[in-house]
Design a protein around this ligand. Sequence first.
Ligand code: FPP
Length: 239
Amino acid sequence: MNSVNHLAIIMDGNGRWAEQRGMPRWKGHEMGARAVRRISDAACRREIPILTLFAFSSENWKRPAREIRILFSLLQQYLQSELANLLKNDIRISAFGRRDRIPKTINETLLNTERATQNCRRLHLRIALDYGARHEIAEIARSLAQAVAERKIHPDQITEETFSSRISPAIPDPDLIIRTAGEQRLSNFLLWQSAYSEFYFCSKCWPDFDESDLDEALADFHSRTRRFGALDRATGTSG
Ligand code: FPP
């Protein structure tokens, strides 16, 4: 059976969830933050070692300033109110993406939470913040070009492996990527890392996504045959 070492989620549909109920969009984000707690605890119980959540994309800066402020304030509240629960459940938090554009207070809280939880081992909860995969890939290409120009590496040393190791050291590619709220696209999320990920699209909006939805996604994933381009050992068919 396939095992999920790394689960990634595109948490979509907070705004729609709220609009469908005649509520302001921030209410959807607030309920979305609750779902983060619910699903990370559920991932722990299911012994999934790595959970990556797409919390704020580099394109999300195009949203109204008020919505951006609310999103960061919810993240801040989450990090502060969850610390005890994270430590109790042995959950490590780290963020990735650009750190130079996010509010200073958020950066400080993130650094404190990263430090406080760095030795937690049960679940590694990774938060993609001001993240865009194309930017990430372009940055690696730039750093490799720089290393070649400075004669620190030879162009022949640029391989898929060296690229991967610079993108997210020690983090295996996601086995499964779930996207909620019905859209079926990656939206600039983990483009390099998802080459052989399985995708699962769920029509529920993120605030409604619960343990039973997670279990459905996992059952679907377990039923698939992953061949990574090779032949199916049992049938000899390709994929
Ligand atoms: C997508 O919904 C969701 C986001 C842009 C933000 C996700 C943020 C949270 C769940 C809250 C805080 C995060 C953490 C890690 C505690 P959308 O607003 O794009 O929904 P829509 O497509 O229906 O408008």
